[in-house]
Ligand binder design. Structure first.
Ligand code: GDP
Length: 460
């Protein structure tokens, strides 16, 4: 979906508010003819004579037929989101009205906008860089406080400025070294190798830090991978359901029926937890379940948090101690959760409390004490790191480019140390510049842009 030059000149139109009935709907136009096109179907003031950032009441008419009474907001280029002329028409939120207005404008020469086309125009016209444009999409899709904060921070500049600044300095060195190349055989050195070494080290520190933030970024965006581990019938599916409040996992009385991994997301205290329901800790002779169990072990290693769930009416202290020992060796933070408190014997509860005072006692089936469990979960994931205003890389595309940047910067460093020839040095620097430029959009291809913006919705 590459855009041709003429497509970039079109005036585009789309519904900017969600489909469906609402009190009002906003239809947005962007392009050089946006105001003129609106004026042709609007009865009220002459819109072409109005100031930017003004709102006007009137009617939209198809010939003599009034379609709706509307409010028209004007944004005159370049003072708009896309830096083009933009008109926003607030109509009543009926799908009949919306469709008639859209059709009317299309018959007059506007073109339906493609997915993300408004944001793409904003990017192409220099409103923001690519990383910020992508953050607009993240912001729209953010469904937790942490994800919202990370996206907002990036949309408002985030690491773009930092990357751009370092890239500019590196561009300077690249041109110095290329100048040296022009002098061919003569032994000149415009770019001090020592200064270059220092700059590359500085760049590497920033790039490494951003790469390191991706683990957190990924968790913010996609959720904390959490495993509920426990033997069959401990109540894992019931707990997941209780937390989800939906019957998504198969609850069964038959031991070991939860064979498939079911992933689901729950928002606890502004943080998304991605729950991975598993088949159980216990080794088994049943082959289908054995697959489930080995997958469980794999999943457990990649989890950031494990809920170790056991049935109070069906587990003894020896077994619990053995499981806890295994979990401690795994090295992933875990919560000890004793389930079916409604069926537990008091003596066993007090034994457990003595041996494992940090146990949380719940009834998944009766939804008891789930709040205490939620608190404990939040405590373990260290909420503070999610509240950070620091720069966090959440986008896999940025992460990839950063890793490639780091590798080529390391090549530059070893090039300096091994006194490689200038042409190879220049090549390594250019490569670093290329990957850095990919992040903010100084270097783009039509395919890359099409790929990024097609992930937006129409109207964005
Ligand atoms: P899983 O195999 O670990 O996923 O266990 P399930 O969630 O399928 O639960 C096994 C059985 O224990 C089901 O019959 C549940 O209804 C029951 N169960 C789960 N939680 C509780 C609870 O808190 N109290 C009681 N009495 N039964 C429970």
């Amino acid at each position: 979906m590459a855009f041709s030059i003429s497509e970039k000149e079109d005036t585009i139109i789309a519904l900017a508010t969600p489909q469906g009935v609402g009190a009002i709907a906003v239809i947005r136009l962007s392009g050089k003819d946006a105001i003129q096109l609106t004026n042709a179907v609007f009865r009220g003031k002459d819109l072409e004579k109005q100031e930017s950032h003004t709102i006007h009441f009137g009617t939209i008419r198809d010939g003599d037929t009034i379609i709706d009474e509307v409010l028209v907001s004007l944004f005159i280029a370049p003072k708009s989101f896309t830096k083009e002329n933009v008109v926003e028409i607030s109509t009543h939120g009926s799908s009949y009205i919306i469709n008639r207005v859209l059709k009317l404008f299309i018959s007059k020469g506007a073109r339906p906008a493609k997915a993300g086309e408004f944001t793409q125009r904003a990017f192409l016209n220099g409103q923001f860089d690519l990383a910020q444009a992508e953050a607009v999409a993240d912001l729209i899709h953010s469904d937790s406080e942490a994800a919202h904060q990370a996206a907002l921070h990036q949309m408002r500049g985030g690491f773009s400025g930092e990357i751009k600044n370092l890239r500019d300095q590196l561009v300077h060195f690249a041109s110095m070294i290329e100048l040296e190349l022009d002098f061919g055989e003569e032994d000149v050195e415009f770019a001090s190798r020592q200064d270059l070494h220092l700059l590359v080290e500085k760049l590497l520190r920033v790039v490494e830090q951003l790469i390191g933030s991706f683990d957190l970024g990924n968790v913010i965006k996609n959720g904390v991978p959490t495993v509920i581990a426990g033997k069959p019938n401990a109540g894992k599916s019931t707990l997941l359901n209780a937390l989800l409040n939906e019957e998504k996992a198969i609850v069964s009385d038959i031991a070991g029926t939860t064979r498939d991994l079911i992933e689901d997301e729950i928002n606890i205290g502004g943080v998304i937890f991605r729950f991975i329901d598993t088949a159980g800790l216990r080794e088994t002779t049943d082959t289908i379940e054995a697959i489930g169990v080995s997958r469980t072990q794999e999943k457990m290693k990649t989890a950031s948090l494990i809920l170790y769930l056991f049935d109070l009416s069906d587990t003894d202290l020896i077994e619990i101690n053995r499981d806890i020992n295994k979990l401690e060796n795994l090295g992933v933070p875990f919560v000890k959760v004793a389930n079916k408190i409604d069926r537990a014997n008091d003596q066993f509860i007090s034994d457990l409390k003595r041996n494992h005072p940090d146990t949380i006692f719940i009834s998944a089936g009766k939804k008891e004490n789930l709040d205490e469990l939620s608190h404990k979960i939040l405590e373990l994931v260290n909420l503070d790191k999610f509240k950070t205003g620091n720069t966090v890389v959440t986008n896999i595309r940025h992460y990839d480019s950063l890793v490639k940047t780091r590798d080529s910067l390391l090549d530059v460093l070893s090039g300096i140390d091994n006194e490689i020839t200038n042409d190879f040095m220049a090549m390594d620097i250019r490569r670093s510049l290329y990957f850095l430029g990919e992040i903010t959009g100084e270097i783009t291809t039509d395919d890359l842009l099409a790929n990024i913006f097609s992930k937006f919705c129409i109207g964005k």
